[in-house]
Design a binder for this molecule. Sequence first.
Ligand code: GAR
Length: 221
Amino acid sequence: MSIARPARRIAVLISGTGSNMLALLDACARGDVAGEVVTVISDQPQAAGLSKAAARGVPVEAIPYEPGESRHDHDLRLRRAIEQRGADLVVLAGYMRILDVQFVQHFADRMLNIHPSLLPRHKGLHTHRRVLEAGDLVHGASVHYVTPELDGGPCVLQGYLAVRAGDDAESLRLAVHRIEHVIYPRVVGWAASGRLTILDGLPTLDGVPLQQPLREEFARS
Ligand code: GAR
């Protein structure tokens, strides 16, 4: 059993656009998240999100895989970069590499991810297309703690919306992104302020264990 404590120094890991990272920076700037993004790191040197973060004055770093480098060795470099910045919370925001088990265990209870589906449905890639193929009536995004099981860690908060008859993968991607930009900063804010922790394997908010993820419905715009 661990004691809830604030996690105010945040490392964000991205691979691409970084819109969730920007939403988090905005939330910090507004004071909605009582924390600071101390570094944005990408495995992709050309990731658009890196230059966007740098333009906001956030220290950025590209840590690509070197030729022939093992996942373990790469993620050890990643861990050192995170620790050099003194981060106490790792936020995966579209980081598209599977992380080494030892890396995940090192940051156990201190690493969050956002996934574009209502977990446990549609783990992995191409979630919007798979929602349509499955004929799902609802879709959304999940914020969860990261464990060695891919997209399998305990969920904290899910945002969901109705799938419409005319939806395609792109309309769902845009709609789910809007959800993500609301729910991810909210959960990170809870962790930053010490309201959210993991106790006995369960996310615990304000001392109340979440047997099920919190769920919030979003209207379609
Ligand atoms: C987001 O939709 C996020 O849920 C997804 O990548 C996108 C990143 O967008 N993550 C995953 O699929 C992880 N399994 P962004 O770069 O604009 O934040």
